[in-house]
Design a protein around this ligand. Structure first.
Ligand SMILES: Nc1ncnc2c1ncn2[C@@H]1O[C@H](COP(=O)(O)OP(=O)(O)OP(=O)(O)O)[C@@H](O)[C@H]1O
Ligand SMILES: [Mg+2]
Length: 409
């Protein structure tokens, strides 16, 4: 649990980042006031959300605060002196740290019978890789139940890594049954393949084989076998940046290689946020870590699917010392029950009354003002203050890649 007193003693003040438009002077705001009950930055595209976040991040960095950025488009690649990884390129998830549900989501396995067999198939591959210690799949047909139980027992104290590229083949091996006549031997795992069941799952198995051949998916989920390639284990880096005062305080996780696949993007963010939570829970932080999720509308869905990681970070992260800074184009993207969990708001230009009304802090008399905010201007509301202040956010000295892709000639 975070030591509040410790935070207060070392309190960081944003002194020249927010200019009070009415008072015509800088408005000093402490990092605790702005961030410790989560900050929502909202505004239409181009209103200045990412720039505002960058200004905050730069100041946190200058003051040796740990920051983790989930960058959906790679636009934060210009921040100097950071640890940056690109998922699916030089950053990977070690399957050892993933649940079978997460693997199913990442590989888009939806077939019910494949899902039912998935935990067993994973365990089989783990046995083959770490106990049997041979390449290939784990053959189950005609294997005795006792021998199998023995191998499962041995697996308990072994590494759990496995060769994910064999998953489709192993899944097929799981469809075994005893003979249905007097030859049935129930001391064996199975004697014949359940051909009917395999045939039913065939197209899903073929699809899975295709997915497992995808280069980015392989780079995302398989340990690199090439010595010369630097391949970072995301879980290891998260652990480092959440539990230690790193020399490079910021970890940028670039998700841009998967930006065109919304569902996969949601799953990635779900896994990342849940891993952050579990690391913080296990280790107990002695300093706050600010997590910035830019363009959260990409990951939040109103049907509730894929929100769980962000939800739990918002609900429980604060107690653990994980402060969330979320940016999104419209307040309507954030489910109402979550809006109430934010203590601070930076409201940049918004176009519709409906969006503004969703933010309960924007009352009728402010609607016109919010609609006419210039780029980089915002209404600021923090936990400590009742009233909203109109501020101009100072541009960071670091630039980020905001240009649209130019038309080539
Ligand atoms: N505080 C500011 N002062 C001056 N210019 C700014 C400020 N904030 C943003 N800008 C300029 O406005 C442009 C858009 O800003 P930014 O990319 O931060 O917007 P955004 O809200 O993140 O947009 P999107 O939703 O498309 O990501 C940039 O070119 C940036 O330089
Ligand atoms: Mg942006």
């Amino acid at each position: 649990m975070i030591d509040k007193q410790k935070r207060k003693d070392t309190s960081l003040i944003f002194k020249r980042q927010f200019f009070d438009v009415k008072a015509q002077e800088y408005l000093p705001i402490s990092a605790d006031e702005l961030l410790s009950q989560h900050l929502l930055i909202t505004g239409v595209t181009g209103s200045g959300k990412s720039s505002t976040a960058l200004t905050i991040i730069e100041e946190l960095k200058k003051n040796q605060q740990n920051v983790i950025v989930l960058d959906p488009t790679g636009e934060f690649r210009t921040i100097p002196n950071v640890q940056r990884i690109v998922l699916g390129d030089d950053g990977f998830f070690d399957v050892t740290h993933l649940t079978s549900d997460q693997i199913a989501h990442l590989l888009n396995i939806t077939d019910k019978s494949l899902l039912a067999n998935l935990p067993a198939a994973i365990e089989s591959l783990q046995i083959q890789n770490n106990v049997v210690a041979k390449p290939g799949i784990y053959k189950k047909i005609n294997r005795s139940q006792i021998e199998h139980d023995n191998l499962v027992e041995q697996l308990k104290i072994k590494d759990k890594y496995f060769d994910l590229s064999l998953l489709a083949n192993q899944l097929q091996e799981e469809y075994i049954t005893p003979y249905v006549d007097e030859r049935a031997d129930f001391s064996l795992l199975g004697q014949i393949y359940d051909k009917e069941a395999i045939a039913k799952a065939w197209s899903s198995l073929a699809q899975l084989k295709q997915t497992l051949k995808n280069k980015q998916i392989r780079t995302l989920l398989l340990r690199s076998t090439k010595q010369e390639i630097v391949h970072y284990d995301v879980d290891y880096l998260l652990r480092l940046f959440i539990t230690r005062r790193a020399t490079k305080q910021s970890l940028i996780i670039d998700l841009s290689l998967f930006s065109h696949e919304q569902k996969l993007n949601q799953v990635l963010v779900e896994i990342l946020t849940l891993q952050m939570m579990s690391i913080a829970k296990l280790n107990g932080l002695s300093f706050p870590v600010t997590i910035f999720i830019d363009e959260a509308h990409r990951y939040l869905s109103n049907d509730g699917h894929g929100n769980y990681g962000i939800f739990s970070l918002i609900r429980e992260g604060r107690k653990l010392g994980l402060d969330l800074m979320l940016s999104t184009q419209s307040p309507l993207d954030v489910p109402v029950e979550l809006l109430g969990q934010f203590g601070s708001f930076i409201v940049q230009r918004l176009n519709t009354r409906n969006e503004m009304k969703n933010l309960l802090i924007i009352k009728e008399d402010l609607i016109d003002q919010v609609a006419h905010l210039a780029t980089g201007e915002a209404l600021l509301k923090t936990i400590g203050r009742q009233e909203l202040k109109k501020v101009k956010v100072e541009l960071s000295t670091i630039s980020h890649q905001t240009e649209n892709i130019p038309f080539g000639l």
